[in-house]
Design a protein. Structure first.
Length: 134
């Protein structure tokens, strides 16, 4: 279910990239919110998370010790990288809260996950480097 608010920077959400064209991301993937859009409350800037080691580690940040990417049936931490060279401006209609699906017998509950402020600052620095702004 799409969120109805503009999330804070550092928030981890699910983003539905369906409708994009390969080689762009074309599936639902977790993302980190970088910034809110200045003039449109329905847009945010995001970068995707991945559990696959990056081809160019100089443009990715490994989130040491979490936060976990939550997959159906598990809730333990997995090695996770922020892909700082893949910045997107997306509508909040594409975004939804991650859910904890630790058990098939319990209801899925939305959870709030954020990266640390130092990690967010590091991600922003790597994004600037990837875009050749510094």
């Amino acid at each position: 279910m799409a969120i109805k608010f503009q999330p804070a920077p550092g928030t981890i959400l699910n983003c539905d990239f369906h409708g994009f064209i390969v080689p762009e991301i074309v599936k639902t993937r977790q993302v980190v919110v970088l910034w809110k859009h200045k003039s449109n409350a329905r847009l945010v800037y995001v970068v995707p998370l991945s559990t696959t080691a990056p081809h160019d580690p100089s443009l990715a940040l490994e989130l040491a010790g979490g936060p976990p990417i939550l997959r159906q049936g598990q809730d333990q931490a997995t090695r996770t990288w922020v892909k700082c060279d893949m910045v997107y401006t997306v509508s909040t209609e594409r975004l939804s809260m991650p859910v904890n699906r630790a058990s098939r017998r319990t209801a899925s509950a939305p959870i709030n996950i954020n990266i640390s402020t130092p990690d967010l600052m590091a991600v922003r620095k790597l994004v600037a480097m990837a875009l050749r702004l510094v």
